[in-house]
Write a protein that binds this ligand. Sequence first.
Ligand SMILES: C[S@@+](CC[C@H](N)C(=O)[O-])C[C@H]1O[C@@H](n2cnc3c(N)ncnc32)[C@H](O)[C@@H]1O
Length: 558
Amino acid sequence: MSAVEQVFLERDAVSPVSYGEVFTRRWVVEVLLDLTGYTVDRDLGCLYLIEPSCGSGAFLGPAVERLIASASSLGRDLATLADAIRAYDLQPEHVRTSRALCRDLLVAAGAAQATATSLAATWVRHADFLLDNLGGREADVAIGNPPYIRYDDLDDVTAAAYRRTWSTMRGRGDIYVGFIERCLAMLKPEGRLGFICADRWMRNQYGATLRELVAARYSVEHIWTMHDVDAFEAQVSAYPAITVLANRPQGPAVVADTTADFGAAQAFALVKAASDSRFHDFLDAGVKAHRLPHWFNSGSFWPTGSPARLALIELLNDRFGPLHDPATGTRVSIGIATGADKAYVTKDHDAVEPDRMLPLSMRQDLMTGSFAWQGNYLVNPWDADGRLVDLADYPRMAAYLRKHPGLKDRFVAKKAPGSWYRTIDKVNAAVTDRPKLLIQDMKTSIHPVLEAGGHYPHHNLYYVVSDAWDMEVLGGLLLSRIAQAFIEAYCVRMRGGTLRFQAQYLKQIRVPAPDAIPGDIAEALRDAFCRRDILAATVAAAKAYDIDLSSYELTEGL
Ligand SMILES: C[S@@+](CC[C@H](N)C(=O)[O-])C[C@H]1O[C@@H](n2cnc3c(N)ncnc32)[C@H](O)[C@@H]1O
């Protein structure tokens, strides 16, 4: 048993873990120390390590152990190590515990009590890492497991102070984002940050500013997604990833996708494999890893998935443009939100004046794979120019809507009482008659259906319209496993396996230029789409993208 484990064991016997703190498992800590280069073969006494939120010392203990081992092997006096480490925590109790841990490790290594106590007090500080002045020294390594607290759960004053101080703390996010920003800001050139941390910031709106910052100024070295891995001593609901970022220009990045079988042995084997510059792929129980030649060089959403899939996404991103593209007049949008479907959506074709009845396409219309309208209408208060009609001109519609008093209670109505009968979104009349590919939200796979025109989409449908695409050819591409792989990499999978499609992700699907697809391949895509044959669509799409399906785990069933 290592000295640090001994100390934990003794301490835990007297004081059980409290404060709802999440303890990171020892092997995860060791892996992060290895990946950030905090290894005993170096003169760690010359390096400066920070732990922004040390808790009871899950990271600090092993780091101190390595520091002591390095100093001992080089004959360094432990008393000279005062500037090697700074660890912070907001809770005095955690500061005390971590200081005791450091002191005990130093004493066990032969330091005098007074030296050990003084070093421990110097190393571990009581501070709010996001607000306090921590001096201007630049760090070689920042390591830890930052706290997860949603901004909504902070008091207003603290939340406002954090947001004022850290530009990445946007939206309805979580404070670990600010911890990443401050640690990055503290790194020396070539310095590294190693966190076990939720990966949501890589794919959510609230992480956008942080992604932009990382893409512009730092590099992504490792992302090991560990959603099902036993990384913590307690069950946690966050989606953790081993995340290593560096203050240097972007080079290759190692991505790993893991299952619950991933543990210490595989993790150390991967550390070793990835340290070899010829490393390309790594496969072991519970893990597939891959070196990407570079990272995704923008602040837009960063994908996740198996390494082979990420390699596919990277290739598609490099070679092709996004589906949503003004150059081809192709738009991806979501259908209309009314704020009161009970009032605005009806199957009674005679509910109001005929020119106020707009045929509405809804989820039910897509069930069979071809568009089969179930007879729903939108009671449409908008004219062709996007203005609200005058109710005096439409007495039947006026009477109908007034029968729904709840309409006036909607936020949108209260904001502008004169427009109380508006739907939340306007109707864009130009869309109605255009052919549209409709894509239903919350499905396990992308399932585009062609609506030839004449219907307006409801809000749980996304739709694609285009000036340049033949919609059936595009439908073939979107039906293929290549589009599916793209969507899987960017979208959030909900419980039960359904994908939460969002317009922002659908827009990013990469497609060849419509006029670059040879006629026979276009015909094959059209034919596959019309027959709803996913495999045939995949084969034809592979030709259109000029890729080898077997390189990207896309051949199942072919
Ligand atoms: C998730 S725990 C991590 C503990 C430890 N690094 C580990 O891996 O087991 C986060 C710690 O952050 C501390 N903390 C929360 N907000 C903080 C802040 N603003 N500044 C410094 N520490 C903070 C909490 O007290 C808690 O000990």
